[in-house]
Design a protein around this ligand. Sequence first.
Ligand SMILES: Cc1ncc(COP(=O)(O)O)c(C=O)c1O
Length: 358
Amino acid sequence: MTFDEARALFPVLERVAYLNAGTFGPLARPTADAIAEQLAHDVALGRSGKAYIEAMQAARAALREMIAELLATTSEHVALTSSTTDGCNIVLGGLGLRPEDEVVTTDAEHFGLAGPVFASGATVRVAQVHELGPEEALDAILAEITPRTRLLAVSHVLWTTGIVLDVHALRERTGLPVLVDGAQSVGAVPVDVGALDFYTVSGQKWLCGPESTGALYVADADALRVARPGYFAQRSFEPGGRYVPRPDAQRFEPGWVSVGALKGLATAIGLAPNWRFERIRETASYCRDALEKRVTVVTPGDQAGLVTFRPDGEPDEVAVRLLERGVVVRSLPGTPWVRASCGWWTTDEDVERLAGAL
Ligand SMILES: Cc1ncc(COP(=O)(O)O)c(C=O)c1O
């Protein structure tokens, strides 16, 4: 697929410089068609019967396979969820932590991870990484570890400064279980779960899938309790309540996902060209250079798809003003910053439109 063909997949790009995949990626026409087609099928033929259930199971299995490939793992380690937040809740809820246990996280986590961490019942130690570069941030996280640490819970790519944390080094250097929030990494940078324990996926961001889709990687299903069993947790179920859980990560799946959404995400993942990571890197670098001529850029070079900067003026107002000029970015709450997301579909002209409008 050429760059022009790739770009033509996304009708929204004809109207605006869409630089907000960090919130929701642009929707491709074939993705929307796959969702609509399934919905039309359901409207005409109903949502019932053996064939329907088998097709739904097949769609789930196909999506697990595709997500496993994205994470460089195999599908028995993948549970389909509705979001990164869902995945973080499954892990933190299943570990059964108590106040004498400690979880180390950072002050730059999204509520999707921070919420479940603080609700876990453990004592939370927060590394201050807000304005640090990748290496210093790693040191700050390591400095919070004590003999009571039971889990490190951090993002692979911070949604604020856009820096990439070396999560593999955290695992290697500490030997502790690591939960990685992959909301800003999967689809934006190559991911290999390697020795990590838990890794979340958001379908609606860099993968350009529909809302309420996602996944959770679990290295060892037996090391995590199923705290909230959904229908797909059971291999067998006996009247009276006893159940045998599935042997793999499917036991953590919280529930049904609409078949249209399953097919939409599978279509979106299948559309992404093999040059996507290289292009994201190039376009983020171009964006940094273009913005640096006008404003202070927060994100260091060579990170992922996010480029955060400090505009002249109040960030919320700047984001609104940019939208009026056809540039979609987001302000970051509680900071003086605005964030641009550079995707594999982004042109230099999109970036220039942003820079020119500042
Ligand atoms: C780092 C990070 N984690 C989690 C989330 C929440 O993602 P989801 O809606 O998939 O739970 C976001 C969304 O912006 C994010 O940036």
